[in-house]
Design a protein around this ligand. Structure first.
Ligand SMILES: C[S@@+](CC[C@H](N)C(=O)[O-])C[C@H]1O[C@@H](n2cnc3c(N)ncnc32)[C@H](O)[C@@H]1O
Length: 310
């Protein structure tokens, strides 16, 4: 507990030293917690552990969101699909090293660390402070294998220095981050990723490139084609309300444009099914059998991009 107060005091100090830092702190608060809220609602145990450790009120509820129950179910399912697809990919290829980029507080890292894989979570300093404290509370295995490391995604030397802490081929995971980034930051992040892949080998996995279509497909599986665009728009508005910014949702959502973008950064993509076989999802016990059937069909679509250096 003592460490929590030290961490908390440090965070407060960081947050009040400048307005720029304060803005960063708010963003971290929001993004770290919202993902955990949805994964917890899905029934992912490690996400619930994190939320309990943070012990703060959740951001979204029926009082501040009109369509809360539907938004909650779509986002819980979407987040658990991403969480599980990444874990399954790392396991299938048996990557011993995982570089989880801008993951905020990462139940996925804890899970992979528990399996004996080395995981470096690259994040902003404020998230690293909370993340390190959480690792201590999670227990010995996580403490041995998972490490939070502070660097900006656009910082070439910082990203490489962090990647160099892992020995051997890497599976880099980038999920739900590039859609927030300005064009120049995103481009620099991909340059940096290429340099890391060239040096270490391995791949990057993400489902962000056709995220709009993918999310809409998930919503349609739950509530039908006609409701899906509304649920996408409501979710986007929800994030923008807290984030106070626009999601760059049209950036690189066209498949061909994304492939060309990657090629200009010396990268190539292979699109593979989110899951090789029917996924076992915690959230399934909140779904009807017809919804599960439709979700299984989405899970078999090529929404996972495996990106390697040319
Ligand atoms: C929406 S969350 C990421 C979600 C997470 N990757 C997942 O799999 O669900 C966005 C995260 O990106 C981090 N972030 C945003 N801009 C960043 C930057 N330029 N450099 C490093 N981290 C950044 C934030 O701290 C935040 O935790």
């Amino acid at each position: 507990m003592k460490k929590f107060f030290v961490t908390f005091l440090l965070m407060i100090t960081v947050a009040v030293t400048s307005t720029a830092r304060a803005a960063e702190f708010e963003m971290v608060e929001y993004s770290a917690q919202v993902k955990l809220q949805w994964l917890t609602a899905a029934g992912v145990p490690d996400a619930e552990n994190f939320l309990k450790l943070l012990n703060r009120p959740v951001f979204f509820n029926a009082e501040n969101l009109d369509d809360f129950e539907r938004i909650k179910l779509v986002n819980s399912l979407y987040q658990e699909l991403n969480y599980s697809a990444a874990i399954e990919y790392v396991r299938a290829k048996n990557y011993r090293n995982v570089f989880d980029l801008a993951c905020s507080l990462s139940p996925r890292a804890m899970h992979l660390g528990d399996e004996g894989r080395k995981v470096v979570v690259g994040e902003l300093q404020t998230v690293c402070l909370i993340g390190d404290w959480c690792i201590d509370e999670f227990g010995k295995k996580a403490k041995r294998n998972v490490k939070y490391d502070a660097f900006w995604l656009q910082d070439t030397a910082g990203m490489m220095k962090s990647a160099d802490k892992l020995k051997g081929e890497l599976c880099i995971i980038e999920q739900g981050v590039m859609i927030y980034l300005a064009d120049d930051v995103r481009a620099q992040m991909y340059e940096n990723i290429r340099a890391v892949l060239k040096k270490h080998g391995g791949c990057l996995i993400t489902s962000d490139f056709c995220q709009k279509k993918y999310f809409t497909d998930v919503a349609a599986a739950l509530y039908g084609d006609s409701e899906a665009p509304t649920l996408y728009a409501e979710t986007k508005a929800m994030y923008e309300k807290v984030f106070d910014d626009k999601l760059a949702d049209d950036a690189l959502q066209d498949e061909q444009e994304a492939i060309e973008f990657l090629a200009t950064h010396g990268l190539r993509a292979e699109k593979i099914p989110l899951f090789k076989s029917t996924p076992k999802l915690n959230v399934a016990n909140k779904l009807t059998s017809a919804q599960i059937q439709r979700i299984n069909a989405v899970a078999a679509k090529n929404y996972l991009w495996v990106i390697t250096a040319i």
